[in-house]
Design a protein around this ligand. Structure first.
Ligand code: HEC
Length: 105
């Protein structure tokens, strides 16, 4: 079941990135509380403050919107947060709007 979810997520992400959606499907205002609940604690313990330095550091890992989608889906699997694809989209939208600011066209 987990693997099926992972494969479906990967396929969905590929479809989204290759078809060039005009806008991200997620809603940033819904992603923020999800992010704060599931994701922040760990980043805070690593970076201090509110943890957001992990998204803004000069040697950050994520350098594209596709990379951001992949990283959020990957973290969700790693920590077994069990977020569904819509929640992942919402977190991607939130992180992009608040921190990464990749151009979406
Ligand atoms: C168990 C601890 C932990 C939790 C919980 C966690 N992360 Fe992370 N996260 C990390 C670590 C460690 C790194 C840095 C990896 C590195 O530097 O190689 C990271 C890095 C990231 C990055 C990349 C930052 C960059 O360099 O651009 C993103 C995006 C991210 N996490 C998103 C999330 C999201 C979304 C969640 C919740 C679904 C989450 N993380 C939950 C530990 C965690």
């Amino acid at each position: 079941m987990k693997i099926i979810t992972m494969v479906l997520t990967a396929v969905a992400l590929l479809t989204i990135s290759s078809s060039g959606f005009a806008l991200l499907p997620g809603k940033a205002e819904d992603g923020r509380p999800l992010h704060d609940n599931f994701c922040m604690g760990c980043h805070v313990s690593m970076q201090g403050d509110d943890g957001s330095a992990i998204y803004l550091r000069s040697n950050r890992r994520v350098n594209s919107i596709e990379g951001l989608m992949g990283q959020v889906a990957f973290c969700n699997e790693q920590i077994r947060a069990g977020l569904n694809e819509y929640e992942i989209d919402d977190i991607v939208a939130y992180l992009n709007e608040a921190f990464y600011r990749f151009e979406i066209d």
